[in-house]
Write a protein that binds this ligand. Structure first.
Ligand code: AMP
Ligand code: MG
Length: 407
């Protein structure tokens, strides 16, 4: 059972190697209406059914004309008018002529550029350009964005609004997506009471089941919240057995060295393999990752302290869940920002400190927030990310470019 305590990088590498194996699995797919596919994982390629754009498209409101003829103050005669959804059926455009054209309309034969209306002096039937244009300006040629029959989105993409836009443009009313993994959520702890109950002074409410359910849903899984598990070996074993039909098992609490921490022991009783039983991170050190071979079922035993639970899910469980869902890009979701106030490291531990990120179009600034440690949910709720302090760093200084983890 004692598989060892790994550095953050090694623990991450371990999860990634299992995620890579998971991606090779065949998985069930289902067909859903396109608007319902948001957040699901694409199980089929999205293929262009025609060239995109299907015709040379004007990208501006203005005047289609010939660039060779265009020079400042050389007047063009307006030969006609064309809006999106229409096609020019008049004679081919000649030098000295222009056709008034709207954004999205097909550029008529003979024209090779579109003079923006903002760059023209317009009279009743004539247009005087205020600048010269190069061939192709303000026109997207037919097929420049995509060619008929080419694959535009590969299976394994997590479907976002941009994918829905393109699938709609290609005529997909429905798409095939992978079945979402069902994730069993088991909170352990004798001190826990459920939301409808009034806690006695020495009890606390079970919040982890709900934060985990939110993280599962956000990362492409279906949360299956099980009743909280008492701190005994029998109760832990029974609860784990009852959850073996799910695709991933997430436990919270009961993985420390306390006298009433039974999660590892219960899993070992099911002949579980353990890939690591801790990581040199803070918060979140007592994290357990393994698999029940008989069911080919992966599990995470996450520490019960609520901030540790949030961080360890984002670091390790979210990427594995993404791979289970068939996603090819699995995270975790790191990015960079400028540190606004110094932050302390703990050599030997990679720290993930609750932090608030303020970003604008030209700056991303981050600062760690004061907190009382890994049980401090109030501090975590004031934040939107975790500042990463690498294990070999004693102190990060203000002004440094630092890495943060998005939830
Ligand atoms: P454990 O990991 O079981 O030793 O728990 C560590 C701390 O997290 C203790 O203070 C627990 O009361 C708290 N805790 C454990 N499970 C939960 C939960 N489901 N919701 C909120 N707090 C929890
Ligand atoms: Mg406990």
């Amino acid at each position: 059972m004692n598989a060892g305590i790994l550095s953050y990088d090694d623990a991450d590498g371990m999860v990634r190697s299992h995620a890579a194996q998971l991606l090779a699995r065949t998985r069930r797919a289902e067909t859903v209406p396109l608007p319902a596919s948001l957040g699901r994982t694409l199980a089929q390629p999205i293929v262009a059914d025609r060239d995109q754009p299907p015709f040379p498209r004007s990208t501006r409101d203005g005047f289609a004309c010939r660039s060779a003829y265009l020079a400042e103050s050389r007047t063009l005669r307006v030969a006609g008018h064309l809006r999106a959804g229409e096609v020019w059926t008049g004679p081919a455009l000649e030098s000295g002529q222009a056709i008034e054209i709207m954004t999205g309309a097909p550029v008529p034969a003979g024209a090779d550029c579109v003079l923006m209306v903002e760059h023209a002096k317009v009279d009743a039937r004539a247009v005087t350009p205020m600048r010269a244009l190069k061939p192709g300006e303000n026109i997207v040629p037919a097929g420049a964005e995509a060619r008929t029959r080419t694959t535009l989105i590969e299976p394994g993409a997590r479907i976002g609004p941009q994918h829905i836009a393109l699938a709609a443009a290609c005529g997909y009313e429905t798409v095939s997506v992978f079945a979402s993994p069902r994730v069993a959520i088991l909170a352990t702890g004798d001190e826990l009471v459920e939301l409808g109950q009034k806690p006695l002074p020495h009890q606390i409410r079970n919040s982890n089941s709900y934060s985990l359910a939110a993280q599962v849903a956000r990362n492409g899984g279906i949360p299956v919240i099980r009743p909280a598990v008492r701190d005994s070996l029998e109760a832990s074993e029974a609860a784990i057995r009852a959850a073996l039909d799910c695709d991933l098992l997430i436990l919270s609490g009961g993985v420390s060295m306390g006298k009433y921490d039974f999660v590892e022991q219960a899993l070992a009783g099911l002949n579980a393999e353990f890939f690591f039983t801790g990581a040199r991170i803070q918060p979140g050190r007592p994290i357990v990752f393994g698999r029940v071979p008989s069911q080919n079922l992966y599990f995470f035993g996450l520490p019960g302290n609520p901030v540790s639970t949030l961080v360890t899910f984002a670091l390790f469980a979210a990427p594995l869940l993404a791979a289970l869902a068939g996603q090819t890009a699995i995270g975790p979701d790191f990015a960079q920002a400028t540190l606004k106030e110094p932050a302390e490291g703990k050599p030997g531990l990679t720290r993930f400190l609750p932090a608030s990120l303020e970003s604008s179009a030209d700056a991303a600034n981050i600062r760690a927030v004061p907190w009382q440690g890994s049980g401090d949910q109030s501090a975590a709720a004031k934040t939107n990310c975790f500042l990463v302090v690498p294990e070999d760093v004693i102190k990060l200084s203000a002004g440094e470019t630092v890495t943060f983890l998005r939830l």
